[in-house]
Design a binder for this molecule. Structure first.
Ligand SMILES: Cc1cc2nc3c(=O)[nH]c(=O)nc-3n(C[C@H](O)[C@H](O)[C@H](O)COP(=O)(O)OP(=O)(O)OC[C@H]3O[C@@H](n4cnc5c(N)ncnc54)[C@H](O)[C@@H]3O)c2cc1C
Length: 446
């Protein structure tokens, strides 16, 4: 077996991009993917599921020359359209610069594009309907169950687990050398619904925003699709008064939507069918260590650090994993060192975005309607205008910049204190005094 062969488990978003990075560096890549080939089988059950792509993900796609193609799949979202209980809507821009937008993209179309790019390299062979079921890290053998249901053993010289939140590679790595392997359930689940296109493929609500219906303990969001539809996601506790557990009949669903999402109800014609037919899926954060074993195995993407989706960064972070890994490949020869260095670069960042994503759930489902939150957001924008070299709002650091997530988190904690101090005694950012603001920044060390 030559040393330029690499095995991946999982050809999802991160695995397919990673394969492109590896192929561009001359590696021969074999991927075992559990699902059938999504380019030939409709595995989305007719639903169009989308994601927010932001700068970190874009930078990785640019690095492999895919952005020109990906651009054709994108719909820009300039901010949040917040819908209150009375049916009013209020647009909150994500940033104050023209490029500070995020993009809605179809998960399946993006994945297909990257699968094509990987295969077109001539160096990547994807074995669909092949599920990794076990991994022996002493003898370098993989157990893989094929389409005929038979389990076979495959030798590997190194494997990267890009097999998502329920990673089989992670389980094997943890069994061999794990320090910890924690799945922290959020206690809330999600369900996808759909606003279909209007007449002639028109959008029934503003297409350039991520829509949110924040309701305190639960919320709905909607992201646009190119065909004029919106993918709607309902996030709600699993149990309790208002929960997936309690809303279990057509009457309860009808009255729940009439009470909390009256404006939206008319836009989801198949509400009842979709609510009861579509799966209710769990949300959890995965934290584990280590992410690698000797020069044999490494975890990347959700396999290493699944995060809850409220910062729209899980895929973006996984793409940044792939980009950073490729840079390490350019710097190092020794595989144990390559894996170790990649883990060292990414580990704290995976944890930081996991924490910030949980925090953002509260912000999205609750704070976005509160005057204190809106005032602090205004103040943050004002500080950025006055002191662009010294202050970038945390949301922008995560979504539009490339500084490490852990650094964005650290600065964000300092920002919280600054914003609390400056918000005292003012009702608008226009009442701030620039000299006073400067001294508050300086005393916080910024
Ligand atoms: C509701 C929701 C909304 C989200 N929104 C966003 C967003 O807006 N922006 C964002 O950046 N992120 C978002 N995310 C997160 C994003 O979906 C994940 O971070 C991303 O899919 C991770 O990619 P991955 O390749 O690591 O894992 P996955 O996409 O899960 O891919 C794993 C692949 O491995 C395969 N596989 C699994 N087990 C095996 C096995 N044993 N053998 C072989 N193959 C296997 C799977 O079939 C799959 O193809 C969202 C997540 C959810 C749940």
């Amino acid at each position: 077996m030559t040393d330029n062969r690499i095995t991946l488990a999982g050809a999802g978003l991160v695995g397919s991009l990673l394969a492109v990075f590896l192929a561009k560096r001359g590696y021969q890549v074999g991927i075992f993917e559990r699902r059938p080939d999504m380019r030939r089988t409709d595995i989305s059950a007719g639903r169009s599921i989308n994601l927010a792509l932001a700068n970190r993900g874009i930078r990785a796609l640019e690095a492999v020359g895919l952005m020109e193609e990906v651009n054709k799949l994108l719909l820009p979202m300039r901010g949040r359209m917040v819908h209150d209980l009375q049916g009013n809507s209020n647009f909150q821009a994500y940033g104050q610069k023209p490029h500070e937008v995020i993009y809605s993209v179809s998960r399946a179309e993006l994945n297909k594009l990257m699968l094509n790019a990987a295969e077109q390299s001539g160096r990547v062979k994807i074995h669909f309907e092949h599920q990794v079921t076990g991994l022996d890290l002493d003898s370098n053998r993989l157990s893989v169950s094929g389409p005929d249901g038979q389990s076979r053993e495959h030798p590997f010289n190194r494997i990267i687990g890009t097999d998502g939140a329920g990673s089989a590679v992670r389980e094997a790595l943890m069994a061999k050398a794990g320090r910890y392997n924690k799945e922290e359930p959020l206690g809330h689940c999600y369900k996808e619904l759909c606003i279909p296109p209007g007449p002639n493929g028109s959008f029934q609500i503003a297409k350039d925003a991520l829509h949110i219906w924040p309701r305190g303990g639960f919320m709905l969001i909607a992201l646009p699709n190119l065909d004029g539809s919106f993918t709607v996601t309902l996030f709600m506790p699993n149990q309790g008064d208002i929960s997936f557990g309690s809303i279990d009949t057509a009457d309860k669903l009808d009255s729940f939507f009439s009470t909390y999402f009256a404006d939206l109800k008319a836009l989801i014609p198949n509400l009842q069918q979709e609510y009861f037919d579509n799966p209710t899926s769990r949300l959890a954060t995965v934290r584990c260590a280590p992410w690698h074993y000797q020069d044999k195995a490494l975890l990347l993407g959700d396999a290493a650090h699944a995060v809850v989706p409220f910062h729209g960064q899980g895929m973006n972070c996984g793409f940044e994993d792939a980009l950073d890994f490729s840079k390490v490949l350019d710097e190092e020869q020794d595989w144990a060192r390559i894996f170790e260095k990649t883990e060292n670069l990414r580990f704290a960042n995976g944890n930081a975005i996991a924490d910030m994503a949980i925090e953002n759930y509260l912000e999205m489902r609750d704070s976005v309607l509160q005057s204190d939150y809106l005032l602090k957001k205004q103040i943050a924008f004002k500080l950025e205008q006055w002191f662009p070299e010294r202050f970038t709002p945390r949301y922008a650091m995560v979504m539009f910049h490339h500084l490490p997530y852990a650094e964005a988190q650290r600065l964000g904690e300092i920002h919280k204190k600054i914003l609390a101090q400056l918000a005292e005694g003012v009702s608008s950012a226009e009442q701030l005094d620039k000299t006073q603001a400067e001294s508050v920044l300086a005393s916080a060390g910024l």
